[in-house]
Design a protein around this ligand. Structure first.
Ligand code: HEC
Length: 482
């Protein structure tokens, strides 16, 4: 810090960021006409004045250690502050007025660090307020294990500050999807809305509470570490049915099941083709065609309100933010991490986020490949059907209330123990899933639901052994006409 104006600029920011976190309340410092007035204003004023002087003193000490810097001491600054504060600046915060009278200069690293810590505290404070709001009854549908509504949470956390209308209930928790072969997927997420693995991860982290500073574009998301996790994800292979534990599939049933699969499932669940980068495009079903709970897909497409009540697409809003974060953070990375980022995004550049409402003709759910899916229950994007067996029953015969949290696998029905909350897991307390609540609906996807019990069991037997053979998919994907 070279001179008093920097400290005063800093104090002004301190005032903005920490003291007056609520934009609707007038600045707390604005009412003080001068420094003595502040000092004399009861416990609060005296405390703050002493705090400011303390800061001045420590800054002074820091400055004194650098001979080239202007010598400055607390008394000098206090005198200066008194002089300037004595001048009345109607309607203006005294600290702002002070700063106006002084020329602008850069903050020292220490103060810049402190400032960014304060911005972080401010963000945290806003975050906690939003969290408090989310924890009020009706504002968030309980997700239970293995589910989260990151986009819903992100909408509230990122955009509540723009306009209170963005504080909408978070009501569409979705399951963690299977991770194998994701490096081949053209579009990620249950509603196929982005092609970027990096921004998918940054966005999800912010959606569950990581911080970022909109001014400096710093973030608590450990992007480099996430990229290393991503590298590991690329090694995940579809699980193979462990016949030695669960029993070998009955080959006769498998053969019968294969025929049913080919007739009733394959058309949708085989990828539609490869895009220009060689990535797999899936068949997309509109929410009406899929018939499954619509909220995850439709919520994403809802616009974001700006301060003046005009709206902007959610996809565009997060793309702007995440791209800025990604590019800024990339600059600070080691060369090795930069090149890892390039590798991970090689087929995903330029980054795309799509508002499926406008791009695919409405909110959609993709039909993904099904190899190893037997291990991923509960099923559907919102984890609303406990076992594959139940997915192959008409919607009104699927359990409306069931328990999740068990690691006890059912090799007949293909899913986890769900019927009672008794000893489902050594580690987890059972969570009761309520499929009668919107967001948790387990309607739709009534494909293969009119099979006889025998055929249903044969199809399940086949699904234990199903291979996607993704390498065979080489046809060029032709996007449907808009
Ligand atoms: C008309 C297209 C279509 C047909 C036919 C179809 N599916 Fe699907 N399937 C989908 C879509 C779309 C989804 C995603 C729905 C969602 O998550 O809301 C899906 C989801 C699934 C899931 C859940 C995957 C997961 O990760 O939770 C399974 C399992 C599944 N289908 C199995 C089958 C089987 C077995 C058949 C044949 C009897 C079949 N599907 C027929 C389109 C189809």
């Amino acid at each position: 810090m070279k001179d008093p104006k920097e400290l005063l600029g800093f104090l002004k920011r301190l005032e903005e960021q920490v003291i007056s976190t609520n934009p609707d309340e007038p600045s707390l410092l604005a009412k003080f006409k001068n420094f003595d007035h502040l000092k004399g204003d009861g416990e609060f004023g005296a405390g703050l004045a002493s705090h400011i002087l303390q800061r001045v003193k420590s800054a002074t000490t820091a400055i004194k250690t650098d001979a080239e810097h202007l010598a400055l001491d607390a008394e000098l600054l206090e005198k200066l502050a008194k002089d300037l504060l004595a001048k009345e600046h109607s309607g203006e915060s005294p600290l702002e007025a002070l700063e106006d009278t002084l020329e602008h200069s850069h903050l020292t690293d220490d103060l810049a660090d402190l400032e960014s810590a304060l911005a972080d505290i401010k963000y945290r404070a806003a975050f906690l307020k939003v969290r408090a709001w989310l924890s009020e009854p009706g504002n968030r549908l309980p997700a239970g294990y293995g589910r989260a509504d990151d986009f819903g949470t992100a909408r509230v956390e990122l955009f509540a500050g723009w306009n209170k209308k963005n504080m909408v209930p978070v009501n569409a928790p979705v399951s963690t999807p299977q991770l194998w072969n994701v490096d081949e997927y053209a579009w990620l997420h249950w509603n196929a809305n982005t092609n970027s693995v990096i921004q998918r991860s940054i966005g999800e982290s912010i959606g569950v509470g990581a911080t970022y500073n909109p001014k400096t574009l710093t973030t608590s998301v450990p992007i480099s570490k996430q990229m290393h996790v991503e590298e590991q994800i690329l090694k995940v292979l579809p699980p193979q049915w462990p016949g030695e534990i669960f029993g070998k599939p009955d080959q006769k049933k498998v053969a019968a099941g294969r025929t049913i699969f080919e007739e009733q499932c394959k058309g949708c669940h085989t990828p539609a083709g490869r895009d220009e980068k060689g990535l797999l495009e899936f068949n997309l079903l509109t929410v009406k065609e899929a018939g499954t709970d619509s909220l995850d897909a439709t919520n994403f497409d809802r616009p974001v309100y700006k301060a003046d009540d005009s709206t902007v697409g959610f996809a565009v809003s997060i793309e702007t933010l995440l791209t800025e974060l990604q590019t800024t953070q990339k600059k600070t990375m080691s060369d090795a991490d930069k090149s890892l980022m390039d590798t991970l995004e090689a087929k995903r550049s330029p980054v795309k986020w799509r508002d499926t409402m406008t791009v695919t003709g409405g909110p959609v759910y993709p039909a993904k490949p099904l190899e190893g899916t037997w291990s991923t229950g509960p099923f559907l994007h919102n984890g609303s059907v406990p076992t594959m067996y139940h997915l192959l029953l008409p919607a009104d015969q699927r359990p409306k209330k069931f328990f999740v949290g068990s690691n006890d696998f059912d090799p007949e029905k293909l899913g986890f123990h769900y019927e009672t909350d008794e000893t489902p897991s050594k580690y987890l307390k059972a969570f009761e899933f309520d499929a009668t609540v919107k967001g948790n609906f387990n309607t739709g996807h009534e494909f293969g639901t009119d099979l006889s019990e025998e055929d249903r069991m044969a199809l399940l037997e086949y699904l234990k052994t199903h291979k996607d053979n993704l390498d065979d998919i080489q046809n060029k994907f032709v996007p449907p006409a808009e």
